[in-house]
Design a protein around this ligand. Structure first.
Ligand SMILES: [Zn+2]
Length: 59
């Protein structure tokens, strides 16, 4: 199942996987867009703060 949002008005639709790549006309705004699987980028983890213990002071 593909979940796609209209890029124009944001209405969300669900399609069969076989519908990928087909043109779809939004029922709400009439905009036409191509059905494709929503690629959600992985949430980037913020880098861990460096521990002050790693810092070596010169003698
Ligand atoms: Zn729309």
């Amino acid at each position: 199942m593909l979940k796609t949002q209209c890029p124009h008005c944001g209405a969300s639709y669900k399609f069969k996987d076989s519908s990928e790549g087909k043109q779809f006309k939004c029922k709400q705004c009439g905009d036409t867009f191509r059905i494709r699987s929503e690629s959600v980028p992985p949430v980037e983890q913020p880098p861990l703060p460096q521990s002050a213990d790693d810092f070596e002071l010169p003698p």
